[in-house]
Design a protein around this ligand. Structure first.
Ligand code: NAD
Ligand code: UGA
Length: 464
């Protein structure tokens, strides 16, 4: 089976970068990324490649090379489905905000809409690839819709979850630890479909890193991987609180523990709490699935990862209030960083949102600086919480273009994203322009304590 045309539904953080890399590595395949969001597609097509809608190191160069050659962005979803041999579904699967499973289950309405659209449009056999992160056994539902509402054509459903992390997406796609492909490996047609996708990745990924499994293992492995990663962060964050009480230092503990080759050093960086669009959503989904099978102990075990993370965010914000003599009312607090991690403009579930909300509830005036996040996004994130009116958010939160504007005349500065540029700021100037005592809270263990204390800061860092 030779694939000549690929369609990807969903031009977001996964669809865009993933397809850009496939197009770059497979110049003989036409790749069309489609989305119902016209603004997003227009941005992907922007003449100036630096204006593409997603900031990822190295991405604009990849898009520049392939766009117009064999990489296309369009809002004509029907046309791209019709032409494609293989269709990736890469739409969002957020936590449900209504009805059964509200606040826990994954909302699969966007996935179902895609399936119905494919079924309506397709006139020849297609391979449909689940790229979105989905509850285990979603492929069954997809197949059901495609087979029962379609035009009598044959579908093979593959699961090919994405493991890229934002901020390192291009690198992760170019050099993946593994590529996971789940398919109906018990049938000849299923095996052929799996092979067709293996052949695409084999353009640049060595065969031993291409892992094939049955569909259910593939779907569940993705949720499991995110749960394990998030669990490590919650584990080290739990220890950070104990470190603060005992005189141990969480970085030293993480190093000592991580040097055990059975544990390993990655994902042991204590922080103000993990954010991002997926860890929380995927664990909640796992908890929901476990509960739906009556596995309450399994559900409770994983839910604790989220509870610990919520605690960490709240604890950091509370520490600021407590340290500033138990009140921040009317005080100016500067937040450095709004993105959920460095090197991305994504703010979904960022700890900064919750810290800001907590401080606003305590009547603080909040100043925000982030090198990549747009002002409107910051207000939208706060408005989404619905804690206060959008007018009040705009009146009490100021978003500025330089870190020094944020920190000038402030009572306290909090580092919430580990942007490299924060390390090299003129901390002496910041200190001089702040009210005294000048409090500095490092939620990322980014800054060196000694030099900051020498300048005169009252310095607090997570886990020490
Ligand atoms: P996203 O919100 O950035 O992008 C999804 C896009 O799909 C949106 O632009 C939306 O307009 C579009 N869309 C929704 N329904 C559509 C339809 N019917 N037709 C056409 N377009 C439609 O989401 P994302 O971050 O790219 O995540 C997509 C999936 O990948 C999720 O399931 C997520 O869990 C998973 N994932 C995300 C990451 C990540 O780093 N963001 C990593 C691995 C996996
Ligand atoms: C994560 C996974 O790492 C990806 O493999 C997965 O594909 C993706 O979720 C997904 O399914 O969406 P991402 O959320 O983009 O990727 O970024 P991470 O690097 O995992 O960071 C997540 C959060 O954890 C960030 O807020 C980060 O600051 C925090 N973190 C991470 C820590 O606090 N400490 C660490 O040691 C590592």
């Amino acid at each position: 089976m030779i694939i000549k045309n690929i369609c990807c539904i969903g031009a977001g953080y996964v669809g865009g970068p993933t397809m850009a890399v496939i197009a770059q590595k497979c110049p003989e395949i036409d790749v069309t990324v489609v989305d119902i969001n016209k603004e997003r597609i227009d941005a992907w097509n922007d003449e100036d490649v630096e204006n593409i809608p997603i900031y990822e190191p190295g991405l604009s160069a990849v898009v520049k090379e392939a766009r117009g050659r064999n990489l296309f962005f369009s809002t004509d979803v029907d046309a791209a489905i019709d032409k494609a041999d293989m269709i990736f579904i890469s739409v969002n699967t957020p936590t449900k905000t209504y009805g059964i499973g509200k606040g826990m289950a994954a909302d699969l309405k966007f996935i179902e809409l895609c399936a119905r659209q494919i079924a309506r449009v397709a006139k020849n056999d297609k391979i449909v690839v689940e790229k979105s992160t989905l509850p285990v056994r979603t492929a069954e539902a997809l197949k059901n819709i495609l087979d029962n509402t379609g035009n009598g054509v044959n579908y093979q459903i593959l699961s090919n979850p994405e493991f890229l992390a934002e901020g390192t997406a291009v690198d992760d796609l170019m050099n993946p630890d593994r590529v996971l492909i789940g398919g109906d490996i018990d049938t000849e047609e299923g095996k052929q479909a799996v092979e067709a996708l293996v052949d695409i990745y084999a353009h640049w990924v060595s065969r031993e890193r291409l892992l094939t499994t049955n569909v259910w293992s593939s779907e569940l492995s993705k949720l499991t991987a995110n749960a394990f990663l998030a669990q490590r962060v919650s584990s080290i964050n739990a220890m950070s609180e104990l470190c603060e009480k005992t005189g141990a230092d969480v970085n030293e503990v993480a190093k000592a523990v991580g040097m055990d080759s059975r544990i390993g050093p990655k994902f042991l960086k204590s922080s103000v709490g993990f954010g991002g669009s997926c860890f929380q959503k995927d664990i909640l989904n796992l908890v929901y699935i476990s509960k739906s099978f009556g596995l309450n102990e399994v559900a409770d075990y994983w839910e604790q990862v989220i509870l610990m993370n919520d605690h960490q965010k709240r604890r950091f914000a509370a520490k600021i209030v407590q340290t500033l003599f138990n009140t921040v009312s009317g005080k100016k607090i500067a937040l450095l960083g709004w993105a959920f991690k460095k090197d991305t403009n994504d703010t979904r579930e960022s700890a900064a949102i919750y810290v800001a909300d907590y401080l606003l509830n305590e009547q603080a005036e909040v100043m925000v600086y982030d090198p990549k996040v747009k002002t409107e996004q910051i207000y939208a994130d706060l408005d989404y919480l619905n804690t206060r009116s959008s007018e009040e958010n705009r009146a009490r939160v100021k978003v500025v273009n330089t870190p020094y504007e944020a920190t000038k005349d402030s009572h306290a500065v909090a580092v919430l994203t580990e942007w490299d540029e924060f390390i090299a700021l003129d901390w002496k100037k910041i200190y001089e322009e702040m009210l005294k005592p000048a409090f500095l809270f490092d939620g990322r263990r980014l800054l060196e304590r000694k030099t900051k204390e020498e300048i005169g800061f009252e310095f607090y860092a997570i886990g020490s």
